[in-house]
Design a binder for this molecule. Structure first.
Ligand SMILES: Cc1cc2nc3c(=O)[nH]c(=O)nc-3n(C[C@H](O)[C@H](O)[C@H](O)COP(=O)(O)OP(=O)(O)OC[C@H]3O[C@@H](n4cnc5c(N)ncnc54)[C@H](O)[C@@H]3O)c2cc1C
Ligand code: FES
Length: 501
């Protein structure tokens, strides 16, 4: 049976649309020397800032846009230690000990979120829910059993079940009770409100450009230079190149829709175990469906991704209207574990938190719990497992493949001929790579007929950008930087805009 679907581009997420507001610059941050400068106002940065402040530090948060305006405001908002088939993947690569640390840290992060929301009195629709990883077909049952086995070995009280509150039959599922759903923008902004004050500042609309290690460290920003004894880089994809993170982290985009449906909505947090991911939950009278992940900058970044999610929703629910469509990305590390800790070996001044593999609502929170102790000069029992400076020999082939792909993209896109030499042939609402005497440029023509032309050289390390039709942006296949059609940076690691052509 086929369903009529609409093909449209992404808009703001369900969470950000409801909480739309202007950028808040905060008071001047240039005169004081702070104890800790946190770069990035997502869940990782803001939770770190709050825990450091509670630990006695005077903190400044520097956020390029609005707090929670990054992927922390554009996800499916499940806070759970059962994360698809992540535990079995970590177990296969790192064994039981690392899996145990990841699972227990994730569980502690779930409780930390509940505790912080309660202590700070944040109204963020927080509710306890069971989480499920389900097999859509018999062939996916081994993945579900492996996840259950990994979870039990790691000390999580999971159970196997066939009873999942979805309107279609499943072959089986693993279930973990008492996990959380919430409104991520209200939660993170609530935490930010608790950071600001008594000498600590949250400053929006300031982009960090570079960090100079020293005593104190100096952070060069679009708003001037900030001084701090210690710096935490929580810019999602790490801003600085010196830790070679760009060789170890691979950003992946995903899509989500919200739909108003007639009839019962799922109350649990479900995700399929197979290769076609469908992530499900409800929010009020809305159904949320996520999935359709692919590497950032891939040629398949098209609006049809939303149509596939919509078709899925219409097949299984009586959909009245699709109310929201959004898309975002998250870096995964080459060895399946987040990177949290000193930016370079033994640094006690500059730290990083990234690589959350689309599970950073728990990951960013557990990163903050580790960083609070490292910033305070104390050790942390989870720190070595997530150390950015670990080397996983078992994951070396994946690392080699990732970097070979980056090299192939770098060279291949340069050799590829332009789509056209004629700007006037670019249709309205579309983009083309146009060859001119100076090489290739990216040309987008909007619905009013205005042409937006930019250099296609990514300002991070020079890879050639590809058009993302779902979001009307130029995306980098190498490390995931994204730019709007006029060249402004949407996502790093790039910090400089594209040259306008
Ligand atoms: C579609 C999708 C669904 C997801 N669903 C879930 C889920 O259900 N559960 C879950 O646990 N996780 C989920 N995730 C993952 C989760 O949202 C992320 O892992 C997490 O939000 C990452 O937080 P962050 O603080 O690292 O990044 P961000 O929230 O992106 O924060 C980084 C901030 O840094 C700012 N910034 C960047 N560069 C600079 C700079 N140079 N100077 C200053 N500021 C800068 C950005 O503006 C941004 O606000 C999902 C991800 C996707 C893509
Ligand atoms: S993001 Fe690194 S080259 Fe584009």
């Amino acid at each position: 049976m086929s369903f009529p679907v609409t093909t449209v581009t992404a808009r703001e997420s369900l969470w950000l649309e409801a909480e739309n507001r202007e950028v808040r610059p905060g008071r001047s941050v240039l005169d004081a020397v702070f104890d800790v400068a946190v770069l990035g106002g997502g869940i990782a940065g803001i939770t770190t800032a709050l825990l450091a402040r509670r630990d006695g530090a005077r903190v400044v948060v520097v956020e390029a846009g609005r707090v929670a305006g990054g992927v922390s405001g554009a996800n499916t908002a499940k806070v759970t230690a059962l994360q698809s088939t992540v535990l079995s993947a970590i177990r296969a690569r790192h064994g039981d000990e690392a899996t145990g640390v990841y699972a227990q840290a994730s569980l502690a992060a779930v409780e930390q979120v509940a505790a912080l929301a309660g202590e700070e009195g944040i109204d963020c629709d927080l509710a306890r829910r069971p989480a499920f990883t389900y097999a859509a077909e018999e062939s996916e049952l081994p993945a579900v059993s492996a996840e259950h086995a990994a979870a039990r070995a790691a000390g999580l009280p999971t159970v196997l079940t066939e009873d999942v509150d979805l309107p279609y039959p499943v072959a089986g599922a693993v279930r973990l009770d008492d996990q959380l759903e919430f409104h991520p923008v209200r939660y993170v902004r609530g935490l930010a409100g608790a950071v600001d004050g008594d000498g600590s500042v949250v400053a929006e609309g300031i982009r960090a450009l570079a960090v100079e290690n020293g005593s104190p460290c100096r952070v060069r920003t679009t708003g001037g230079t900030i001084s701090a004894r210690q710096v935490v880089v929580a810019t999602h994809y790490p801003l600085l190149d010196r830790g070679l993170f760009f060789a170890r982290l691979e950003p992946e985009r995903s899509y989500a829709i919200a739909a108003r449906v007639r009839g019962a909505l799922p109350q649990g947090l479900s995700i399929s175990a197979g290769s076609t991911t469908r992530s499900l939950r409800s929010y009020g009278d809305l159904l949320i469906v996520g999935g359709e992940g692919h590497q950032t900058g891939a040629r398949e970044a098209t609006a049809e991704r939303f149509a596939r999610l919509e078709t899925f929703a219409r097949r299984h629910w009586d959909v009245e209207a699709i109310t929201h469509r959004w898309s975002a990305q998250d870096p995964a590390s080459y060895d399946q574990l987040p990177v949290v800790g000193p930016y370079v070996p033994r640094s006690s001044r500059v730290f990083v938190a990234s690589g959350f593999m689309k599970w950073g609502l728990t990951g960013g929170t557990m990163a903050a719990m580790i960083l609070r102790d490292l910033l305070g000069g104390r050790g942390h029992p989870w720190a070595s497992t997530f150390s950015p400076n670990r080397l996983s020999l078992r994951s070396a082939p994946k690392l080699a493949r990732m970097n070979a792909q980056v090299g192939a993209d770098f060279v291949g896109d340069r050799l590829r001929p332009p789509d056209t030499a004629d700007v006037s042939s670019v249709p309205a609402g579309e983009a083309r790579v146009v060859g001119d005497g100076r090489g290739k440029k990216g040309v987008f023509r909007d619905e009013e007929g205005t042409v937006h032309a930019v250099s296609l050289r990514c300002t991070h390390m020079g890879c050639l950008l590809r058009f993302n039709a779902a979001e009307r942006s130029w995306d980098c296949p190498c490390h995931g930087s994204r730019f709007d059609v006029d060249g402004a940076v949407l996502e790093g690691p790039a910090v400089k805009p594209l040259e306008r052509r």
